[in-house]
Design a protein around this ligand. Structure first.
Ligand code: HEM
Length: 201
């Protein structure tokens, strides 16, 4: 690969994945999302979280090709990006949708059960983010890899979250499924490694 891919590209990758956040933030300050900023920001943050989930899933596969191995060093960063946008989506829900009212949330949960699977994806991304440090990789040893394969369950939850909330427009659910479903199918052969999670080391 060219000498560009010699860690010099790192700042550009960071800027690229921070851009949607900066763009959302500036547009919000400029009043572009009014009168209903919650609705649009919820959709945008959800879309960017999904994009990052697709990116992580695709990276594990592309990173196996010899000349693309360099992308493996960005997997952690893109995983953290997915967590960041999912957390942002969650905060927007709590603040702009629910106005931090627990009574409102509990009645909304009855109406929108797809929130549960979204939350499952968020919790998995949080666990993976917390266990992605060098110290945790060392501590978890052989259990680290099967644990981090929970990313597939997170991807399945995202697909369920998107299809479950479809009313008439299926486009977004369809676009993300077109990427995620084949990537998930290709991962099926790695599933037996889950046995390692329950083995004593
Ligand atoms: C990795 C985690 C998640 C991803 C990738 C994700 C993705 C998305 C996307 C792309 C949409 C837009 C769908 C559309 O407009 O057609 C959306 C909508 C929504 N999500 Fe999530 N979501 C996640 C987690 C959550 C969590 C934790 C919550 C709950 C607090 C949540 C609540 C919602 C709600 C209420 C909507 C509908 C917003 C509306 O009515 O316009 N999501 N999500």
């Amino acid at each position: 690969m060219s000498t560009f891919w010699d860690r010099k590209e790192k700042p550009y990758i960071v800027i690229l994945f921070c851009l949607p956040f900066v763009w959302m933030f500036v547009s919000l300050l400029m009043g572009q999302y009014f009168p209903d900023p919650g609705k649009l920001l919820m959709r945008l943050s959800g879309i960017w979280a999904s994009v990052a989930v697709v990116a992580v899933m695709a990276m594990t596969l592309i990173g196996k090709v010899k000349s693309f191995r360099f992308i493996n060093r960005y997997r952690r960063f893109i995983g953290l990006t997915a967590f960041f946008y999912a957390l942002l989506h969650f905060v927007i829900y709590l603040v702009l949708f629910a106005g931090l009212s627990w009574t409102w949330i509990s009645s909304d949960l009855v109406e929108k059960p797809y929130i549960y699977v979204g939350t499952l994806a968020l919790v998995i991304l949080a666990v993976l983010a917390l266990t992605s440090t060098k110290a945790m990789i060392r501590k978890l040893g052989k259990k680290w890899k099967p644990l981090h394969r929970l990313m597939y369950l997170a991807a399945i939850s995202v697909i369920a979250h998107l299809w479950w909330q479809v009313k008439d427009d299926i486009s977004l659910a369809l676009y993300f499924s077109v990427f995620l479903v084949p990537l998930l199918i290709m991962k099926i052969p790695t599933l037996p490694s889950y046995k390692k999670l329950f083995k004593k080391t």
